[in-house]
Design a protein around this ligand. Structure first.
Ligand code: G4P
Length: 528
């Protein structure tokens, strides 16, 4: 197959949801369609059990599973699909944000009973910032839930989306009869006794067809006709261009657990979802069909086996072909590196591959060369943009608990930060180190890993910080900025990239500071 057709047939996407909405179940059903797994239950849930905050085994297990499920690739009707795993647990939200820099589109899963939940809101916001094309899957239609129109309204309002239903449920919960597929114009009946089978669809090209009454009964048929009329009146017609530009989001209904409505979703996905998209670097826009290889690191995973201290760096290929044993330029280090055993991922297994294409993810063994956001090329000096840091939610001082091991401690902290486990800030006033995380769980992960992988011990000390804001002065000699630096010195810190950060101790103090220094911009992400 030619290079161009390899690109054409790739779809790299992520499934995002609030925990428990059904992401793992949906992923598994998609893999079943692709024949990548043989039975349900093969994809292990990557969620950390609620309340398991001090269960190190659980943390370790989680790390192991997320390596295995980091990329799940399968083929469906000649299309190579790469699903990138996005942890749903909010303590790992940063990992998910970064993974979103490597996807070309997403499927958002929403629980019909719970509607739009907090984590979904946050993740969709990040997708919207990047104009990532989104398909919505409303799950658990076999359960009582919200009215379809109410839920569509909620999605539009809370997620700031413009939806267009491409399928519509016939009843729900106990009365759930099936789905009318607006996209393909057919009906898929939900039958309790053949729940786990892949359903046969019934072609109904016109909903006015009296055949509909025979199939679903008079009342359901009338209701459906009315609802579809409403759908036609309220929602715009589906338009692929608008979807690809992030301006329109198709919605499907189904029940992942019952494998219902999943084939419809997948068929529509492969026909509309974007193939690998061009990506902005600081220098220029890079197109997938350029013949020279370029790619970037979006995730780093430590090896679970303590005998092998190496890590796996996940590279998204943006352009050209990535070949085994070929020297590539590590742009930040200005150093050529060769990889003798790049891994490709297929469902649950990984294999060494000789060649990979744009859209693919390769895992490279790394002994500490990479950090998140690094670019690899065939020689061109390029720096891919778009792996920002977000303000952490928790902040603690980190102290060395074993003075004889300070070297190990600093090396460990350095490497864990490069992996993106947490963020490090150094206070300008006294050089003390502060670790910022999205969730409290990370502090335990860091402490455990410092001890087990680096032989260092640390302790934490609480610090009252509300948010970290990256500072953008109008100009560095502006008197207001000079005064700000003097007055607020004890709240100022430097992040690992050397950027100036203001550690605001409360919402109030942040607002006051913003008002007092109007020429300075305060950003909650490191890229603005
Ligand atoms: P997540 O990855 O988004 O966190 O969700 P996951 O797929 O693990 O699903 C969360 C729970 O919802 C699971 O139940 C799963 O079986 C259930 N579920 C998923 N899809 C559907 C659906 O279409 N209908 C119904 N009724 N339930 C669904 P659990 O009891 O938490 O886990 P398990 O013991 O079944 O694994």
């Amino acid at each position: 197959m030619s290079f161009l057709s390899e690109i054409e047939r790739r779809r790299t996407f992520g499934i995002v949801s609030h925990p428990d909405a059904g992401k793992t179940t949906l992923t598994e059903k998609l893999l079943l369609f692709g024949g990548a797994i043989q039975e349900a239950g093969a994809v292990k849930s990557n969620k950390i059990k609620k309340g398991a905050t001090s269960d190190f085994m659980e943390i370790e297990r989680q790390r192991g599973i997320s390596v295995a499920t980091s990329v799940l690739a399968f083929e469906y009707n000649g299309i190579k699909i790469n699903i990138l795993d996005t942890p749903g647990h909010k303590d790992f939200a940063e990992d998910t944000f970064r993974t979103l820099t490597a996807v070309d589109s997403v499927i958002v899963v929403i629980d019909v009973a719970k509607g739009v939940e907090e984590q979904t809101e946050k993740l969709v916001k990040v997708c919207r910032m990047r104009n990532i094309p989104i398909i919505v899957f409303i799950n658990k239609m076999d359960r009582e839930g919200k009215d379809a129109f109410d839920l569509l309204d909620e999605i539009e309002q809370k997620l700031n989306l413009k939806v267009v239903p491409l399928s519509f449920p016939i009843g729900m919960g106990y009365d759930f009869k099936g789905i009318y597929n607006i996209w393909e114009k057919n009906i898929n009946l939900f039958t309790g006794d053949s729940k786990r089978d892949i359903e046969e669809t019934i072609k109904i090209s016109e909903v006015s067809d009296p055949e509909l009454n025979t199939i679903i009964g008079d009342t359901a048929a009338e209701n459906l006709r009315e609802e579809l009329e409403l759908v036609e009146g309220i929602y715009p017609e589906f338009n692929k261009e608008d979807y690809l530009n992030g301006d329109l989001q198709p919605v499907f209904f189904g029940s992942a657990l019952n494998n219902f409505g999943v084939r419809e979703l997948l068929d529509c996905f492969v026909s509309i979802a974007p193939k690998p998209r061009p990506k902005h670097s600081e220098e220029r826009l890079v197109k997938p069909n350029e013949d020279k290889f370029t790619g970037f690191v979006f995730k780093i995973h430590a090896n679970m086996d303590p005998n092998h201290r190496d890590r796996l760096a996940f590279i998204k290929i943006v352009s050209g072909e990535f070949k085994r044993n070929t020297p590539y330029l590590h742009v930040r280090h200005n150093k050529k590196l060769k990889f003798s055993s790049p891994n490709a991922f297929f469902a649950e297994k990984k294999e060494i591959v000789d060649i990979s294409y744009p859209g693919d993810i390769v895992g490279l063994h790394d002994t500490g060369n990479f950090k998140i956001g690094d670019t690899l090329t065939e020689g061109e000096v390029l720096n891919y943009k778009g792996v920002p840091s977000f303000s952490p939610e928790h902040f603690r001082y980190i102290n060395n608990a074993d003075p004889l091991k300070s070297k190990q401690l600093f090396k460990g902290i350095d490497q864990l930060m490069d992996e993106g486990v947490a963020q490090l800030f150094t206070l300008d006033l006294n050089g003390r180190k502060v670790i910022g995380t999205v969730g409290a769980l990370q502090y335990e992960v860091i402490q455990y890993r410092l001890e087990h992988e680096y032989g260092a011990k640390c302790s934490y000390e609480n610090l009252s910080v509300h948010k970290a804001c990256w500072i953008e002065p109008e100009n560095i000699n502006h008197p207001e900025f000079v005064e700000f630096k003097r007055v607020k010195q004890r709240y100022l810190a430097t992040d690992k990239q050397g950027q100036l950060v203001f550690l605001a101790d409360s919402v109030f103090s942040l607002q006051m500071t913003e008002q007092k220094y109007p020429s300075i911009k305060f950003h909650l992400t490191s890229e603005y």
